[in-house]
Design a protein around this ligand. Structure first.
Ligand code: SAH
Length: 219
């Protein structure tokens, strides 16, 4: 696909307006808002959608997938309570935008994507922007055990159930953010690992994600 212009400065006014909108919708974490203000979202979408990159909406990125709505990215990131240096695993690299937000916030980012084209594309863009996340092509419903445990895990596709492997790949004190439901609507679930065996579960707002497809996801 034709990629958008690489300039960071382009659209800076629109980006600031988007941040204001997201703040009005309830996002408070200053580091999250600052990351949204800094990452050029238009670079992560096809040039045909460049002009819509700073609307608060999901947009197509090919392979039937979407770059999540900016509010959704902000909400999931806020729930993760990211601290500088945290090891964060993302399931569903997609465009790479969420990974860029996490890198900007100083996290050590691991991200898994099942579509090769999206994986390669995200790799190129993130590299160009100077970010160095660890990317993998594969089934993220199984997590990424080689680098576990993680301080935070974020699933950016809708799951039928909470994937058990992901819970087991959290540090004690670690947070898993995963949308769970049917393919039309999902409730955002935040799971905090309290000890080796104990987990706290919070059920939050409803969202609509593309399906998480894999061994522990949808067929
Ligand atoms: N975080 C992305 C959102 C992409 S949409 C962004 O910022 O753009 C969700 C992504 O999850 C899609 O790219 C889809 O291909 C991917 N996905 C779905 N099931 C997956 C799985 N089991 N493992 C890895 N990626 C998966």
């Amino acid at each position: 696909m034709t990629k958008g212009s690489r300039s960071h400065k382009r659209f800076s006014r629109r980006r600031a307006q988007l941040v204001k909108q997201i703040e009005e919708k309830g996002i408070k974490d200053h580091n999250v808002l600052q990351a949204i203000n800094s990452i050029p979202r238009h670079i992560f979408v096809d040039t045909a959608f460049e002009n819509r990159a700073y609307e608060d909406s999901a947009l197509p990125i090919g392979n039937g997938q979407t770059i999540s709505q900016p509010y959704t990215v902000a909400a999931q990131t806020e729930l993760l309570e990211v601290q500088k240096g945290d090891k964060i695993l993302e399931i569903g690299t997609g465009s790479g935008y969420q990974a860029a937000i996490l890198c900007h916030m100083g996290a050590e980012v691991y991200s898994v994507e099942r579509h090769e084209k999206l994986y390669l594309n995200a790799k190129e863009i993130l590299q160009e922007l100077g970010f160095r996340p660890h990317l993998k092509l594969g089934d993220g419903t199984l997590g990424w055990s080689a680098y576990a445990p993680y301080d935070g895990i974020v699933v950016t596709a809708g799951a039928p159930i909470v994937p058990e492997d992901l819970k087991q790949q959290l540090t004690v004190g670690g947070i898993l953010v995963v949308p769970v439901g049917d393919q039309k609507s999902q409730v955002m679930i935040r799971i905090t690992r309290l000890s080796e065996e104990e987990f706290k579960e919070e059920r939050l707002n409803h969202f609509k994600f593309v399906p998480l497809i894999g061994e522990k996801g949808w067929d």
